[in-house]
Design a protein around this ligand. Structure first.
Ligand code: SAM
Length: 237
């Protein structure tokens, strides 16, 4: 039976991760104007993004199922435990990662722990920014946000979330977005391109949703350096 200290061979349960504002900026090529919009981060996980942007006067809401399942104290412990789990995986699969954004696994561990701590402090001080909910049904009105960001759930976990889920999830993210949805990355956990991307884009096009693939100046997981940008092809008045 594997123990906590054994290097993990796969990320088994969906990781609850803690990315920083710097990672979000890079993954989604966020500009200053973007950061002044009403933003939804779904899934928010234990990322420090919401805390950091709101501290600078921005308007971000995070949404994730775990916000309804655990207390703030439990989430703080989870943020550190999951940062450690993700870091153990990166260390044992170091060749699957590009060590430029993070100089080495210690830098990665520090950044994720720090972002998790920001999340925990902010969730304690501003619980209203962290809304429990899960795709493909979100507890928000139509067009409640200008920009919707979604990182490391869709496409990443294609081994357990099927094409229909992806289609329903993107349509739901679009429902709550007045302008745009950005999704990163486009590869699965084993570094291969999401296998149903063409089929998904065709289904979305049939629904009146335009999708564009844009390269981004960020790559940590090898091959993960593009995002999907979704906008409405036609917007009925
Ligand atoms: C790898 S984390 C990504 C968190 C954050 N976006 C980041 O990059 O640090 C994946 C998250 O997806 C959440 N999740 C799992 N199922 C979900 C669903 N059906 N809808 C929304 N989020 C979900 C998990 O709770 C977890 O926090």
């Amino acid at each position: 039976m594997p123990t906590e200290s054994d290097p993990p061979t796969t990320i088994s349960d969906i990781l609850v991760s803690s990315r920083s504002l710097a990672e979000y900026r890079a993954m989604f090529t966020l500009t200053g104007d973007d950061l002044r919009c009403r933003i939804l981060d779904c899934p928010g996980g234990t990322a420090g993004f919401t805390a950091d942007v709101c501290a600078a006067g921005g308007d971000v809401t995070a949404c994730d199922p775990v916000y309804g399942q655990y207390t703030t104290i439990e989430l703080a412990a989870m943020a550190q435990r999951e940062s450690d789990r993700g870091n153990r995986y990166c260390r044992s699969h170091a060749d699957d990662y590009v060590w430029t954004f993070f100089s080495d696994p210690d830098d990665h561990a520090f950044s994720r722990s720090e972002a998790g701590r920001q999340f925990s402090d902010d969730r304690r001080a501003h619980p209203e920014r962290y809304i429990a909910g899960g795709l493909p049904r979100l507890p928000f009105d139509d067009k409640a946000f200008d920009l919707v960001l979604s990182s490391h759930l869709l496409f990443s976990y294609a081994d357990r979330l099927d094409l229909s889920f992806h289609h329903d999830a993107v349509c739901e993210l679009m429902r709550v977005a007045a302008a745009e949805v950005r999704i990163f990355p486009l590869v699965t956990l084993d570094q291969t391109e999401y296998p149903h991307l063409d089929a998904l884009r065709q289904r979305l096009a049939d629904d009146g949703i335009t999708t564009d693939i844009l390269s981004v100046d960020y790559q940590f997981q090898a091959g993960a350096n593009a995002m999907l940008v979704c906008t409405r092809s036609t917007d009925p008045q």
